[in-house]
Design a protein around this ligand. Structure first.
Ligand code: ADP
Ligand code: MG
Length: 192
């Protein structure tokens, strides 16, 4: 009888340890001799802070992974003897990722997804709310606020050291841009 598939979602702001936690679960699956396949969105690697060919956490952990342009591409790449499929930075896929994940679950796979719950404005990010609703297990991690040291649930975008406004373009050419973890109190999104 085929095993029952399931979905685990690991979410939270940047630096909250999503990739570390994903890699921890994948290493344990490997110890259990389960075949693991890992995917991340094929964006401009520099922009997304991704290292081509592997996941890399801010603490330095690494795990082999393949870039995928669409969720459909993930479905096509999954091999027959695979038991665990992981997707990191899932916020960058579109809503098609949900039917793709549902199909993998229906075929008995354990699917583990990591991604940002909110963008720099504090708004739900891409397909993450849908995936969070679908999950059997959901972990919302927190980072440390870079202003006060309390738990941080938000990602602050800074352009040349100042909070990015709602109206700033997603890519600011030539500007020193940076993201840091902040608590709700210290997260700031000026309206102009
Ligand atoms: P995520 O995938 O959620 O962005 P990572 O798993 O890549 O997070 O990195 C988590 C690691 O980042 C932590 O274990 C810690 O070493 C480091 N780190 C750097 N800045 C912070 C911060 N503000 N809060 C918590 N951890 C931080
Ligand atoms: Mg990460």
């Amino acid at each position: 009888m085929p095993s029952t598939g399931s979905l685990e979602v690991i979410t939270g702001p940047m630096f909250s340890g999503k990739t570390d936690e994903l890699i921890r679960r994948l290493r344990r699956a490997r110890i259990a001799r389960q075949k693991v396949q890992v995917f991340f969105p094929a964006l401009d690697a520099r922009y997304a802070g991704l290292d081509y060919g592997k996941l890399t956490s801010h603490a330095g952990a690494e795990f082999d992974a393949s870039p995928a342009r669409t969720a459909e591409e993930i479905l096509r790449a999954v091999e027959d003897d695979t038991s665990v499929v992981a997707i990191d930075e899932a916020q960058f896929f579109d809503d098609d990722v949900l039917p793709a994940v549902s199909r993998m679950i229906a075929s008995g796979l354990r699917v583990i997804v990591a991604g940002l719950d909110t963008d720099f404005r504090g708004e739900p990010f891409g397909p993450m709310p849908l995936l969070m609703a679908e999950a059997e297990r959901l972990d919302k991690l927190q980072a440390i606020c870079m202003v006060c040291g309390e738990p941080a649930s938000r990602t602050q975008r800074l352009i040349n050291g100042k909070p990015a406004s709602l109206l700033d373009p997603v890519v600011v050419v030539g500007a020193g841009e940076l993201y840091e973890a902040r608590c709700r109190t210290h997260h700031s999104v000026p309206r102009e």
